[in-house]
Design a binder for this molecule. Structure first.
Ligand code: PLP
Length: 371
């Protein structure tokens, strides 16, 4: 038996037929940019996530860059970011001309270490900060971090590429963010048939500026109020996402079920398994195990390879340790916890519609590989 780390081909019955029919009708009318599919998607995302404005764009990295630019982050501005995140969080800051300061990880959640974050904010007085809500939940004490940033005049951007469908204190995590983003990369919780992304905000001015930036800074067709770029979500991607939205609750439900099975089983195994703080209802994006003993980790990974079971290391290196970070890193704040975290991280397969046979095979195999 083989179980991949992720399988995004398990479409619901009828899904592909509906998609092919859409491709056919949109193609024959040459409806490729904007239109109803895009506006319908933005409306249903506002409803699903309980936010006032959704601005779709080309990908999750652009979404971060648009959020930074829309909120006024400029050349030489300092921006706090997590030292454990996907590289795009780092890149976005550099690409708008600003300078990132990496904040150590909180090993119990995978989010930023709150105290280090507050200290860095007081010391550096950054223009903005980005939190990345990784693994399918959010950074603990989110309310407090949001109020702190508001009081200190720090623009808080929330990179929600991995938290689509996560609830925080019983409401969508994006709901009370000043400005947040997501990615529709195919392997994300809501994945497109290619690249896509979105910005969410309850602030009309931010939404208006984000929308203009993502479409050549346009005020009118040939009137340009800003220098933006082309970061539109195309119609076919929007159409695929609209069909996917019909099934999103099922997909998230299935992910949660698997996450819960893992959680129950792993509680009795001698392996450190990180689960969300009780304020969060997770979306089952990525299972998170921490295996500090290198020998044990390697034994499990080699064993999994032999048994045909996929696994992940999300992420194997901290941002401040990347070769590409050297020239632009303004500072690193912490005690090196992020390095240890990244070396120890191990993720079990997790995707919608995994069956019990697969889950049991993974867990029995894991049990057999641990002393
Ligand atoms: C996937 C991801 C991104 C980037 O999204 P793309 O659509 O691939 O550009 C940014 N941040 C995090 C945390 C992600 O997981």
């Amino acid at each position: 038996m083989k179980v991949p780390f992720i399988d995004i081909k398990r479409f619901e019955d009828g899904f592909l037929d509906e998609w092919y029919a859409k491709v056919s009708s949109l193609s024959s009318s040459a409806s490729f940019i904007g239109g109803n599919e895009v506006s319908q998607l933005e409306m249903s995302l506002c409803q699903f996530l309980d936010v006032e404005n959704t601005v779709t764009c080309s990908n999750g990295t652009d979404a971060l860059q648009i959020a930074l630019r829309a909120s006024g982050v400029e050349r030489e501005d300092l921006v706090l970011i997590p030292d454990v995140t996907f590289w795009a969080t780092f890149e976005a800051v550099i690409n708008v001309g600003a300078k990132p300061i990496c904040i150590d990880v909180d090993e119990s959640s995978g989010g930023v270490d709150e105290e280090v974050f507050y200290e860095a904010a007081k010391k550096f007085k950054p223009k903005a900060a980005i939190l990345a809500h990784l693994y399918g939940w959010g950074t603990p004490n989110l309310k407090k971090i949001r109020s702190f940033c508001e009081a200190e005049n720090i623009i808080l951007i929330e990179d929600g590429a991995q938290c689509f469908g996560v609830n925080y204190q019983n409401q969508a995590i994006y709901k009370d963010a000043l400005i947040s983003t997501t990615s529709f990369y195919p392997a994300k919780v809501l994945g497109a048939a290619g690249d896509g992304g979105a910005i969410f905000t309850n602030n009309e001015d931010l939404a208006d500026k984000a929308r203009k930036l993502s479409n050549h800074g346009r005020d009118e067709h040939y009137g340009h109020g800003y220098v933006g770029w082309n970061s539109r979500l195309d119609t076919l991607q929007a159409a695929f996402l609209n069909i996917s939205m019909k099934y999103i609750n099922n997909r998230i439900g299935s992910r949660r079920q698997t996450a819960n099975k893992y959680k129950k089983f792993l509680a009795n195994l001698n392996i450190q398994h990180i689960t969300p703080h009780p304020d969060f209802e997770e979306n089952g994006y990525a299972n998170l195990c921490i295996i500090k003993d290198e020998g044990t980790k390697s034994k499990i990974q080699v064993g999994f390879q032999d048994l045909g079971i996929g696994f992940g290391n999300i992420y194997p290196g901290a941002m401040s340790d990347q070769k590409g970070a050297k020239a632009d890193l303004a500072s690193y704040c912490g005690t090196g916890k992020s390095k240890i975290f990244c070396k120890s991280v191990f993720n079990l397969p997790l995707f919608p519609y995994m069956n019990d046979e697969e889950i049991n095979y993974i867990l029995r195999s894991l049990e057999g590989l641990i002393d």
